[in-house]
Design a protein around this ligand. Structure first.
Ligand SMILES: Nc1ncnc2c1ncn2[C@@H]1O[C@H](COP(=O)(O)OP(=O)(O)OP(=O)(O)O)[C@@H](O)[C@H]1O
Length: 261
């Protein structure tokens, strides 16, 4: 009798409250690629947070694991160990289909390559995520035109990619990433292919258009010219977080030391 009482399952505890200010929480995230002699430990226990309402930069030398980490946060890769909570959802607890739907609804992507479809106009390109989600074409294109206006391209909605500069193409890519109002924007080297002026414009747009109090933007960057756009900078080296700049003064000092190198 007594033993059956003790063997009873403990009552289910309420789900751990998640801090609504935390858009992303990484807890002991590790990632291995390959096996045996070719095994690479790309992430070695990442503990890091991304706050809603902030632009967080992820910086560090080539090969330190930035793209791997951002891909895990975006649900494109699964960690070998550890857990990632995005917008209050533990990604490891979602099924494959749930993860695909979660990504479609909540995450916008911007990459170094703009990946615009050459046979579509800027408005049609920016409308693609809505059309994939099942929106009527004319409504999707109308919403896409609003987003293009928000990124300063109202006069280019009918242009094709080949008729736009690199900076303009990246702005179309940003409009496309924002068109379904994602709460997390994930940007991998968004300014790498741009000249200084276009890079500044793109970062200004990401701050002004993508960032809101309940939304977060993560930018992987090598480009110290854009450090000053970040609210926080997570520095990585060799698969680990080395330190985090939390204040404008700390960011300024990272900027100065990167210029010193
Ligand atoms: N698919 C893969 N298979 C095997 N190894 C991989 C794979 N993807 C990444 N790696 C390795 O994992 C490590 C981290 O790579 P990652 O691309 O995340 O670094 P990064 O900081 O984004 O680099 P960069 O700034 O050059 O883009 C590197 O050693 C890389 O070679």
């Amino acid at each position: 009798m007594i033993s059956s009482f003790f063997n009873r399952r403990a009552p289910k505890l309420p789900a751990k409250p998640t801090n609504p200010a935390m858009a992303v929480v990484c807890d002991g995230v590790e990632k291995e690629f390959g096996s045996g002699e070719t095994k690479t430990l790309a992430l070695r226990g990442i503990n890091a947070e991304v706050n809603a309402g902030q632009m967080t930069l992820l910086v560090g030398p080539s090969g330190c694991g930035k793209t791997t980490l951002i891909s895990i946060i975006a649900g494109l890769l699964t960690p070998t160990r550890g857990e990632v909570t995005v917008l209050g959802r533990n990604l490891q607890q979602l099924s494959g289909t749930q993860l695909v739907n979660f990504r479609k609804e909540n995450i916008g992507f911007v990459f170094q390559q703009y990946n615009l479809l050459p046979s579509l106009t800027a408005a049609e390109n920016a409308a693609v995520p809505l059309i994939i989600a099942g929106e009527y074409r004319h409504k999707a294109v109308a919403k896409a035109k609003e987003m293009l206006a928000a990124v300063g391209l109202a006069s280019k909605t009918e242009s094709f990619g080949s008729q736009l500069s690199g900076g303009q193409q990246q702005r179309v890519a940003i409009a496309r990433a924002l068109v379904h109002s994602p709460r997390l924007m994930v940007c991998d080297e968004p300014t790498a292919a741009l000249d200084a002026q276009s890079g500044q414009t793109v970062m200004t747009l990401l701050r002004n258009v993508a960032l809101q109090s309940d939304r977060a933007v993560i930018v992987v960057t090598h480009d110290s010219r854009v450090f000053s756009f970040g609210d926080r900078i997570i520095h990585m080296n060799d698969g680990q977080v080395t330190h985090i700049d939390e204040t404008p003064e700390a960011i300024q000092s990272s900027l100065q030391s990167s210029h010193g190198h």
